[in-house]
Design a protein around this ligand. Sequence first.
Ligand code: GDP
Length: 597
Amino acid sequence: MAENSDAEKVIRIAGSITVDELAQALGLSVTALIGELFKNGIVATINQRLDFETAQIMIDELGIANVRLERKNTASKLAEEGRRELSKDAVARPPVVAVMGHVDHGKTTLLDNLLNKKTVETEAGGITQHISAYQLEHDGRKITFLDTPGHEAFAAIRQHGAMLRDIVVNVVAADDGVKPQTVEAIKFAQGANAKIIVAINKIDREGADVPRTMADLSTHGLQPEEWGGEIIMIPVSAKTGENLEKLLDAILLVADVEELKADVEIPAEGLVIESHMETGKGSVVNLLVTGGELKVGEFVAAGSSYGKIRTMLDFRGRPKGKATPSTPVTVTGFKELPNFGDRFMEYPDEKSARRAALMYAQNAQNEAMSANVTSTDLLRMMNTEDNAKVFNVIVKGDVLGSVTSVVDSLKMIDTKGEITLNVVATGVGDITENDVYMAAGDTADNTVIYGFNVGVPTNIAKLAARDGVAIRNYKVIYELLDDARAAMEDLLGEEIVETELGEMKVMGVFRVTKTEIIAGGQMLRGKLIPGILARLKHGSTVLGEAEVESVQKERIDAKELIENEVGGLALKTEKKMNLEVGDRLEFFSREKKKRTL
Ligand code: GDP
């Protein structure tokens, strides 16, 4: 990322920035910035701290185009730091593979077939658990597969620095070819420095065309090995299982070339890949160990949470005493829920684990609390001041990872600056009474509650219906995002669209009254049909508009008059317009159209 290209300046903000600092960074006087804030209803002083969003909004409002704000993300910083230098004692570790690709191209089927297992498993207690990683053995070697939460939302995941995969298997259906999410997956893998293997799927299907899919992929920068390129592409059928062994061979081959290693003689460390609360168990956290060996009874800290590993299960739910690098495990014992993407570390005792968590929490709090002016204040002010369009949402998800993915994906909907997303609240678990009350509250008049993989108790649904609160519950993030986009488009309202249809040169004017004009002429271009509108022009002066009532060709009613044809027409008018020979009639249609994003 170019930091100081002369065209663009990057300002990095951890949690907040003072008015003074921002003014300096923007090369503005403090008074000018305070003035702009004031215009937006915020009374600020020089030392007040603005949060990231507020600073961003100010930059937009001031029309400063060459400055880019970047968030100093604590989580991603830590994740990056996590890519530690290896010692000479580092040992080989299994590859970590993410399966990505366009919706319906067969990711789930592929994972299911590979693991002979459903991605959503019902536990003994009847609680549906989100499994986020698996391991399988091939040729006596292990491979770790990630089922990234809301795995369509690659960009959101990347924001959280969870660049923990080594290999991305991009699943492309051979009967459908390269689609938007195929391209997204390619970009994601490239951005995360992961190796790509393409699984050209559904080769058992009638319309499957492997060479065409390869050609398609090569236009997107992936050159198949067969054609002298670098990317291994394996035609497979996730359904029949054909060539899946070859796919696993390819994964191990790439892993060998990459010489994936990790140190084991260090305190255990890794990443939180999922977390949720469970009755009777407290926090249930899925971890991916990236270094060291994690054991039951050890003390760990992740983000602002810490604890002693009470139980540890492998992905199949079997007790595990020790987890080595690249192993996904589900643990209990964290005092609070750590966040998806948080880095975890082992500490020698409870005290140091607690201290690490406290320090993290304090840093995070300093960052957040140090902002005196938050974007929520600002948006509220702007909203009441000049009716800027704000889309308020409350997001509830089954697990933290999905909440984060949904919120981040919502933020990435391009609203062309016309609509601002305001996340009123987020949370894990079913939709509650409180969510409905919050949505029905006064400042958030058009708040939508989005649920992702959560329940909506009947009494809550009734309450929402009574209070006119919209609850939209989805299982597929894409559908949720489509709904949000449609809701935002509704906020935009309608626009009037005019379409030019043709032009006529007036050669005769036979009758002009207040309500009607009958004239004749030659079509210069386009088409004339009854029912459309005409703009009457004398030179560059617009005389007015009229509706085309009927069209005549050789004195009989005609359906149309096309380019070069000569004919007559009757116009319905609302005032008298003195149309003359030599004037022009411009034909057009006018429609109200819903505005789209
Ligand atoms: P995802 O959205 O990428 O996870 O796609 P799914 O795994 O849910 O697959 C979408 C649909 O394609 C399902 O109906 C699958 O049964 C079907 N499908 C997936 N892989 C294959 C395949 O190799 N052959 C055929 N014929 N159908 C497949």
